[in-house]
Design a binder for this molecule. Structure first.
Ligand code: HXC
Length: 257
């Protein structure tokens, strides 16, 4: 499919989505987000794809939601258009989704990265939630996901006082999985996506679902979900294949069935 604001590519089992509004540092307008949602759903439905990587440019993953698009909106405009509603698609994708972040990941850009399952950063990545400078607050999950990722104390500084995190700090505080030089972060993110994407697809889906439940449920409820998902996997051919391969000392061939 032809897109205006993103570019899609396939690298082995990894689907790659490049945010592509360089003149606006990949500011996330509603057309771009609609395209991103469509591309994610298409990769999710494609059996050849095991995992998805979202990236921007080396200079900017995304400098936030498009300020120019919303500057003159009224509250009723915002409520009626539900500008942020379509962003939720990112969190409905069943396959693992990774953000490969270089340069600015600010405001909605940081929130988009946090909606992903993992973040691979370049050494130049900068994470922040500068909405306070615009007289607003994060609106696509920043106040919730940042607290869960880095804790209350640091989240308060980042959101209330526009503290920005370097890639090294983001790694130290648990916001990102890995940090690489600019020259290699995307390749490393694709390697990680291919490594994960080659694994048993149904187990991947239920593992991701179970982990995400940890943010939404009590421990007791989450443990029930985990155990049911564990038992359910015994209905899959991949469970029989995986355990037979172990017992017979051979490599498993996953079918996603
Ligand atoms: C619209 C943006 C933009 C944005 C940058 N641009 N960020 N346009 N929305 N969020 C545009 C600039 O207007 C400019 O276009 C071009 O990109 C290059 O930006 P410069 O400012 O000239 O670059 P630089 O001096 O290098 O500064 C980079 C920057 C700065 C530090 C990232 O652009 C910046 O502070 N951007 C805004 C960051 C921000 O506040 N993000 C939060 C947005 S609110 P022109 O045409 O002028 O050359 C948000 C809420 C999310 O995300 C809630 C959910 C929807």
């Amino acid at each position: 499919m032809a897109y205006e604001f993103i570019i899609t590519e396939v690298h082995d089992r990894a689907g790659l989505i490049r945010l592509n509004r360089p003149q606006a540092l990949n500011a996330l307008n509603s057309s771009l987000m609609a395209e991103l949602g469509n591309a994610l759903l298409a990769f999710d439905a494609d059996a050849q794809i095991g995992a998805v990587v979202i990236t921007g440019s080396d200079r900017a993953f995304a400098a936030g939601a498009d300020i120019k698009e919303m500057a003159d909106a009224s509250a009723v405009d915002m409520l009626r258009s539900d500008l942020i509603g379509p962003w939720d698609i990112v969190t409905t994708i069943k396959k693992p989704v990774m953000a490969a972040v270089s340069g600015f990941a600010l405001g909605g850009g940081c929130e988009l990265a946090m909606m992903c399952d993992m973040i691979v950063a370049s050494e130049t990545a900068v994470f922040g939630q500068p909405e306070i400078n615009l007289g607003v607050i994060p609106g696509a999950g920043g106040t919730q996901r940042l607290v869960r990722a880095v804790g209350k104390a640091l989240a308060m500084e980042i959101i209330l006082n526009d503290r920005r995190l370097t890639a090294e700090e983001a790694y130290r505080f648990g916001l990102v999985n890995r940090v690489y030089p600019v020259d290699s972060y995307l390749e490393e993110a694709l390697n990680l996506a291919n490594s994960i994407g080659a694994r048993a697809p149904i187990a991947l889906q239920l593992a991701k679902e179970s982990i995400n439940k940890a943010f939404e449920m009590t421990l007791t409820e989450g443990l029930v979900i985990e155990r049911r998902n564990f038992y359910f996997l015994f209905a899959s051919e991949d469970q029989k294949e995986g355990m037979d391969a172990f017992v017979n000392k051979r490599q498993p061939q996953w079918k996603g069935k």
